[in-house]
Design a protein around this ligand. Structure first.
Ligand SMILES: [Cu+2]
Length: 127
């Protein structure tokens, strides 16, 4: 009985160490960069400020597909755009997932939108 408890404790501490190590690796990749969240059909925030060289983290908080590209919605019309100094963005989210776009290496104001949801625009200011 005593042996079983000790064995369980050892196993638990090994698992806790492994999980802890994974968590550290996961956050190290993305923690330093700004994050914009997406809901069911909108960006939760419609603008975000980055520093030159930053990546942009995008988090899909909903069970909703988003396809994020360069350009913007103007009314109900998609206006794809190539903006000088902006990285090419073409990132698909399938719901409750996240991803990174960039890096944004030039200062300026850039526009991203979702091809699925009319009006779903994000303005990225890089300084
Ligand atoms: Cu969308």
């Amino acid at each position: 009985m005593y042996k079983r408890i000790v064995g369980g404790l050892v196993l638990f501490s090994i698992l806790a160490t492994l999980l802890g190590a994974c968590a550290i690796v996961d956050t190290a990749n993305t923690a330093n960069f700004p994050t914009a969240h997406m809901g069911g059909s909108t960006f939760i925030q419609t603008s975000i400020t980055l520093h030159k060289g930053d990546m942009l983290n995008l988090v899909d908080d909903a069970a909703s597909t988003h396809i994020i590209v360069n350009g913007s919605w103007q009314g109900n019309t998609q206006k794809p755009a190539t903006e000088n100094g902006a990285p090419t963005v073409n990132k698909t989210f399938s719901g409750n997932d996240s991803g990174t776009v960039g890096p944004f290496t030039s200062a300026g104001t850039f526009h991203l939108y979702c091809t699925v949801h009319p009006g779903m625009n994000l303005t990225v200011t890089v300084q």
